[in-house]
Every structure is written in structure tokens, then in C-alpha cells.
Design a protein around this ligand. Structure first.
Ligand code: GLP
Length: 241
């Protein structure tokens, strides 16, 4: 596991974007595993900037996102499809028909999850998976549990996650209680994993993830077992190391 120390969020975003840029240059038809949340916003801004300068070409790339709120249509400004379109896809030359996100509107959870696992499989797996880190150690929407999850599944969000994500909604009551997420096993099958962690409020969970016991109660702790993980964290997130 490589840990890169960034000065601040801006530096973190540039370092992480550089790793994604290298991936796309070396393998133009990369399958990128992408994430939402506030952590990757700066990374997407950098990638857009380099695309606009002509340094990056996404025309052959595909993307598979980690998760989506259950019940939100793509045009809802809090849906992860809306997030990805407005913060990234609308500004680069990726073929939108090859950008995959679970279908939040499908009420049949089994169907959605099966279909999403088929998509992941038919893409041949993720080359580089970008991850943020939840305050309780969640990755995607894989919340603390008694066992590590395998494929895509529907989760009940914990109160910690609802509380953390309510800042994007007009009230806590508006935060969906369920979401579809790629499973831990699928995440672990990515060839490379890039985790970005910013802010003092993530320092204690980051320490547990990297050096604590591997337990499904801290889902990201399983990353200790992955052969190719890069962490890019800012100084604030590394204060407990
Ligand atoms: C959400 C997302 C995760 C994300 C996490 C952290 O719950 N489902 O994929 O990593 O929040 O978000 P942030 O980067 O805003 O702290």
C-alpha cells in the first residue's frame, strides 16, 4: 500500500487526478471505477481542465460508478447520475452510453443488482477504482456489517451516513434511506484502487482503516488485503498517523 501525503485538498486532487490521467494515457480503453461525494470533486475538476487543454482523451474509456440512491431519478439533482453528469461526464468526451451507474428508479432490488453485476462482468472488471471514505469506514455504500458483501446489493443507510449526507439535501428527511451499491468483493476485484481522504474529521477512521484489524465493521479495512492500493490523503487526514 502506497500512501501519498498531500499538502491540502487542492494538492490531493491534483495528485489523484495525475494517477487517473496516467491510467487513461497508458490504457485509453480503461474501465474507470468512479465515486461521488465531496472528496472526488477536485479530482474531476482537474481531469476536465486537462481534457480541455487537449492532454486527455476519454473517448475510449468506460466508467462504472459505485452506487446510487434508491428511489431518485437521474434528473434529481441529488442523484449520483446527476452528480456524475454535471461534475464530470458533461465536460469530457466520454461516451455516455458507456458510463454505468445503478438504476436508482428500479424498485426491484434483485433485478437492479443482478443487472449491475452483469455490466461489471461484461466490462471485464475495473482497471482503476477511485474511492472516497465514509466517516464510519464505508466504501461505496457498503456500511458496517457482520460480513463483507460480495456483489451489488441494496443497503439500508446508517444514521451516521444519513447525517453526513444530509448537507446535500434540504432536510434530513429528504435523504433516501436506501441505496444500491457495488459489493466489497467487486471493489476488491479492481486491478488498482485509489483512495482519496481529506480533512481532520477523517483522521481517526483513516488510521483504523490502514492499521486497525480487518473487520466488516470497518468495511474499508479490507483494502489492507488488496495488492495495489494507493492512498492520497491530505495532512489534515493524516494527523493521527
Ligand atoms: C457517500 C458515498 C461514498 C463516499 C462517501 C464519503 O456516502 N456513497 O462513495 O465515499 O459518502 O463522502 P465524502 O467524500 O463527501 O466525505
Amino acid at each position: 500500500m502506497e500512501i501519498y501525503r498531500a499538502k491540502d485538498y487542492k494538492d490531493l486532487s491534483r495528485k489523484a487526478a495525475n494517477i487517473i490521467q496516467a491510467q487513461v494515457i497508458l490504457k485509453p480503453d480503461s474501465i474507470l471505477g468512479l465515486a461521488t461525494g465531496s472528496s472526488p470533486v477536485g479530482v474531476y475538476e482537474k481531469l476536465i481542465e486537462w481534457y480541455q487543454k487537449g492532454d486527455l482523451d476519454f473517448s475510449k474509456a468506460s466508467s462504472i460508478n459505485l452506487d446510487e440512491y434508491k428511489g431518485l431519478p437521474p434528473e434529481n439533482c441529488q442523484s449520483y447520475r446527476y452528480f456524475m453528469n454535471t461534475k464530470f461526464f458533461d465536460h469530457i468526451n466520454i461516451d455516455k452510453s458507456r458510463t454505468f451507474i445503478p438504476n436508482g428508479l428500479e424498485p426491484d432490488a434483485d433485478k437492479t443488482c443482478r443487472e449491475y453485476d452483469n455490466i461489471i462482468e461484461s466490462c471485464g472488471g475495473v482497471d482503476l477504482q477511485l474511492l472516497g471514505l465514509g466517516h464510519n469506514g464505508h466504501i461505496g455504500f457498503n456500511e458496517p456489517a457482520d460480513a463483507f458483501s460480495r456483489g451489488t446489493h441494496c443497503v439500508n443507510l446508517t444514521s451516521s451516513t444519513i447525517n453526513a449526507n444530509k448537507r446535500f439535501f434540504s432536510s434530513e428527511a429528504d435523504v433516501p434511506r436506501q441505496a444500491y451499491t457495488m459489493g466489497i468483493r467487486s471493489i476488491m476485484l479492481a486491478k488498482k484502487i485509489l483512495v482519496i481522504v481529506s480533512g481532520k474529521d477523517k483522521a481517526s477512521i483513516l488510521k483504523k482503516v490502514l492499521y486497525g484489524p480487518i473487520t466488516p465493521q470497518i468495511p474499508a479495512s479490507i483494502l489492507q488485503l488488496h495488492a495495489n492500493v494507493t492512498i492520497v490523503a491530505d495532512e489534515a487526514a493524516l494527523t493521527q498517523m
